[in-house]
Ligand binder design. Sequence first.
Ligand code: PEP
Ligand code: MN
Length: 340
Amino acid sequence: MVIVLKQDASKEQINHVVEVVRSLGARTHISRGEERTIIGVIGDKRNVQKEQLMALPGVENVISILQPYKLVSREFKHDDTIVRVNGVEIGGGTPVMIAGPCSVENERQIIESAWIVKNHGGQLLRGGAFKPRTNPYSFQGLGVEGLRLLQKAKEETGLPIVTEVMQAGDAELVAEYSDILQIGARNMQNYMLLKAVGRLDKPVLLKRGMSATLKEFLMSAEYIMSEGNNNVILCERGIRTFVDFTRNTLDLNIVPAIKKLSHLPIIVDPSHGTGRTDLVIPMGLAGLAAGADGLMVEIHPNPEKAWSDADQTLNPEQFAELMHKFKHFIEWQKSLYAEI
Ligand code: PEP
Ligand code: MN
């Protein structure tokens, strides 16, 4: 249920509505838009009557949301959410580029990677310090040392950091060193972790689970938002299918489908989505054509030597080519909208 307040509703009226909802046993989620404030009613709504809320001063309308996901839905919030990170806008209409190595390996590697991203016009640096690996004997990431190196790369280049948090207990630690907290595909349904990052004041990049349906994906985003964190970015990174010539199947259908149902930004990761360097550029561009708010790609100064995901990693020249096409795409997109 969503309570839409009148444009001129006063602070006192809004507070009163919140108090009434709470006294009825439900929880509230306030979203202050440019024009008006809306209050999501979540949790136990057994005692909440639409008519009672409609009668409160300052209330314009009370809408029931039929889908199980509420706060992430377009019915709750009509306008696109823009996530702002150190001056970069994700979801503001111009696609953004997040790039960096799969894993942070050492100081030189991450600083070099950061400069490659920066010099070609990428806006955010990615890099895993805590790595979810299928094989327990594979490199598991540098941990806290990796976070420190990412911070150093940020200090040198000014690029904000995106890095993965794997367990709820690490959420605050990883948040100290990063600008966006990544939740990996394998953890999309780790509800304790989703709640933990939902309580932090830090944007979250939620990757789609490899067998997650659209509904499950949005429900996971709902977990984060229901704890009070509105800054959620979704990421399509490929799903498991019978296809065996790529690591995953990049499900670009979900991009426009999500845009219809949700106000949250969605980006595309063609690196994990294909698992093949030769497919990253075409599928990244396809993601943009599908309406993605940005891309996340894996790059490395020398992919042959990468400690993880070498087969899907772009070298500096390939990244330069992607950025060249990416910028052209943005120009084309602008001229297309100008025509309409
Ligand atoms: C990653 O971004 O390096 C990663 C581990 O991705 P995913 O969780 O999508 O597999
Ligand atoms: Mn990877």
